[in-house]
Design a binder for this molecule. Structure first.
Ligand code: AVI
Length: 330
């Protein structure tokens, strides 16, 4: 069994059973009960990504309707040398929520003598596999994986060397945070950085609501399966008795809030039991499961400035559906 660096001072085993599995279950239970007993029922979107949910999300990324992943990767492939130049030389790259690190690898391969790559993720298995793949592909690059929840600023650790550092945060993940949460998250990123360091951020842009709604309500019902997997997860892990057919997937663009909201709508008045707690639903009542905020270059600049970052360069696709932004930390 290998031990990996964990955020904070603790070290983590690569065996998930040894890593406070029951603590995670009780946190899940607490969050679910709290969310479903609040006046407007809600569930934290981070719980969409158990093993089954992560696999369904990979299928979403392949959908024609879900333009985000495809568009971001087109922007990367067309602009890789320019992006690498903006990042500079002798850089340490830190990637919160790195997953399998597949977006960072081509960038690291083309960057001028990157010094170190620090991927952060809660899944030790995925990080370990990515670490050995990157070490084989890019010999000489130091890879220092960290197991941790990137929403906790301590998972980023402290800067220990003088060289430039860049936080890499692609995938429009920032969109799943409210404005206040996004600012707090970016400020947390900034707490590791010093003046002249940077941030490379992927964001989905405001666009025609038909395109947006199709991306989150696809014809093949993959996003529906992704959303409903959350109920299945509650049934599996918390002894719930949700009837999945008694809920409908709903996703719509809210133009004032500039976000796509994802909900599960109760199709009838019903009672659900979770961990011995009874939850009553009226017909038409919804569980709000996710927000996906869309930005304009102006709102993005305001958000970044609030957290101490200043955009230097943007790369977008021909339809201006998506943007990659390189910002300096000052
Ligand atoms: C991970 N995140 C950026 C996705 C999004 O587009 O907000 C999650 C997602 N939810 C439904 N489809 C995709």
């Amino acid at each position: 069994m290998r031990t990996l660096k964990a955020s904070g001072n603790a070290s983590l085993s690569t065996d998930p059973e040894e890593n406070g599995h029951s603590e995670a279950v009780s946190e899940f239970s607490r969050d679910v009960i709290r969310g479903l007993t609040s006046p407007r029922k809600t569930l934290p979107c981070k719980y969409l990504y158990d093993e089954a949910g992560s696999l369904i999300f990979e299928q979403i990324c392949e959908l024609d309707d879900y333009y985000l992943t495809r568009t971001e990767s087109e922007i990367f492939s067309k602009n890789l040398p320019a992006i690498a130049e903006a990042l500079g030389r002798d850089v340490t790259m830190i990637e919160p929520g790195a997953g399998n690190c597949e977006k960072a690898q081509p960038l690291l391969a083309i960057m001028d003598t990157p010094r170190c790559y620090i991927p952060i993720d809660i899944s030790p298995e995925i990080l370990l596999a990515a670490e050995s793949r990157i070490e084989t592909a890019l010999p000489g690059l130091q890879v220092q994986p960290v197991i941790g929840d990137f929403t906790m600023p301590e998972s980023l650790g402290e800067k220990t060397a003088e060289n430039k550092e860049v936080i890499f945060f692609p995938g429009s993940t920032i969109g799943n945070f409210t404005w206040e949460q996004a600012r707090t998250l970016l400020q947390g990123f900034g707490s590791r950085l010093s003046a002249g360091d940077g941030l490379l951020l992927g964001v989905d842009l405001v666009k025609d609501s038909v395109i947006l709604e199709r991306a989150y309500h696809d014809d093949q019902h993959v996003t529906e399966a992704f959303n409903k997997n959350l109920l299945q997860r509650i049934n599996r892990e918390l002894n719930g008795d949700f009837d999945l057919d008694a809920f409908a997937h709903k996703a719509f663009y809210h133009p004032l809030r500039q976000r796509v909201e994802m909900h599960l709508v109760s199709l009838k008045s019903q009672r659900v039991n979770i961990d011995g707690v009874q939850i009553d639903f009226e017909e038409g009542e919804t569980i709000h499961t996710e927000n996906s905020h869309k930005y304009t270059l102006e709102t993005l600049e305001t958000l970044l400035a609030d957290a101490g970052f200043h955009p230097q360069q943007y790369w977008t696709d021909k339809n201006k559906h998506y943007a990659l932004c390189y910002a300096d930390f000052a």
